[in-house]
Ligand binder design. Structure first.
Ligand code: UT7
Length: 334
């Protein structure tokens, strides 16, 4: 048995900054409400006419991660791509990465676990490496939300939250099993699927039916029961972080860096308080990028690492919760 270890990280955010004031020109919202309820000051939205998509942004982040790992595309054995906003209904974005990076015909897998997507993707990659099947796995989280949001007052409860972006990492074989990914913990509770959902187009409710239903059918926009999701998020985040600590005989004080999914600054602050962590022990960048769902944890991890906030030997905890509901954590000895 081996462990897996993150040896390269990269991120890509579109240039186009959309401030809260920009949003208040589109819908009935304001900077004060958004900052107070979510902590978000601005987000990136892909500009019209840009070449960027989830796959394209993912490829840009992946190139940086591979280079920083000191590898080339030919060293990658497998691709895992997490997104809820794929370029196509099918095939998935993973195969586009194989093509965009001109890689050998390695396997490619898409993970559809929304806000927990990156945590699930890391766990999948970790299993392939632990068993010895692969040595280097490219793991990507990328989202292109902005083209699928309701930019009218009707959609304001959801639309102001989401941003576009991508992050990637290379997971590689680590012979020392006391280092790298120590454990991953995954959960789901499908009875709450309809609390945070894009319900269609689905095979059961295909495009012609939506068109026929006319303006009343907005099932292709994301729906969220925000308060319900919030209440479950704070409980599940805490549980799954605790689960990871217990599994590894660690205490709250052993956490050097917590990277929570960037869903809402208030959720992160609640967790911080609950675990008695200082501002230096929790990394947040939702202020700049909003919620980039499957990309948020890896973008935040990349930034924390770029800023020198993660050092060798640190215990780093990744945690996420979102649509499904799905949630999970990753415990890392860096
Ligand atoms: O990433 C996946 C997991 N997602 C999450 O964890 C998100 C969890 N939920 C949340 O972060 C919060 O519930 C939200 C930020 C989405 C909403 O905050 P809230 O404090 O729960 O507000 P609310 O939905 O209860 O809405 C309060 C009021 C409502 O008005 P009334 O009914 O009190 O008159 C809304 O219509 O705020 C109104 N509102 C807005 N006002 C200005 C909703 N959205 C907006 C807006 N601007 N953008």
């Amino acid at each position: 048995m081996y462990n897996s270890k993150i040896i390269g990280l990269g991120k890509y955010l579109p240039d186009n900054v959309v401030t809260n004031d920009d949003l208040s020109n589109m819908m009935d919202t304001n900077d004060e409400w958004i900052q107070e309820r979510t902590g978000i000051q601005e987000r990136r939205w892909i500009e019209e006419g840009s070449e960027d998509t989830s796959a394209v942004m993912g490829a840009k982040a992946a190139k940086i991660a591979i280079e920083r790992a000191g590898l080339t595309k030919d060293d990658i054995d497998f691709i895992v791509f997490a997104t809820l906003s794929p370029d196509y209904y099918f095939p998935g974005c993973g195969v586009q990465i194989q093509d965009l990076l001109d890689m050998p015909t390695v396997g490619a897998l898409d993970v559809r676990n929304q806000c927990s997507g990156f945590v699930y993707a890391i766990s999948v990659a970790d299993q392939f490496i632990k068993t010895g099947m692969y040595k280097n796995v490219l793991v990507i989280g990328a989202e292109y939300h902005s083209n699928g949001l309701d930019k009218t007052t009707r959609g304001r409860g959801v639309t102001v939250i989401f941003g576009d972006g991508a992050g990637a990492c290379v997971l590689s074989r680590e012979e020392d099993t006391t280092k790298g990914i120590l454990s991953t913990h995954l959960h789901s509770e499908g009875k709450y699927a309809d609390k945070l959902i894009v319900a269609s187009p689905s095979i059961a409710h295909w495009v012609p039916e939506i068109i026929e239903a006319g303006e009343e059918d907005i099932s292709y926009f994301p729906y969220m029961d925000g308060t319900f999701v919030f209440k479950h998020a704070v409980v599940r985040f805490s549980e799954v972080i605790m689960e990871g600590l217990i599994k590894n005989n660690l205490k709250k004080e052993d956490i050097d860096m917590l990277i929570p999914h960037q869903a809402n600054l208030r959720i992160a602050q609640f967790i911080q308080k609950k675990f008695g962590l200082s501002d230096e022990q929790v990394f947040n960048n939702i202020m700049k990028y909003g919620n980039t769902t499957a990309a948020s944890v890896v973008i935040a991890l990349t930034e924390a690492w770029e800023q020198g906030k993660i050092k060798e030997g640190n215990h780093v905890v990744l945690a996420a919760f979102g649509s499904g509901f799905t949630w999970g954590s990753v415990i890392i000895k860096w």
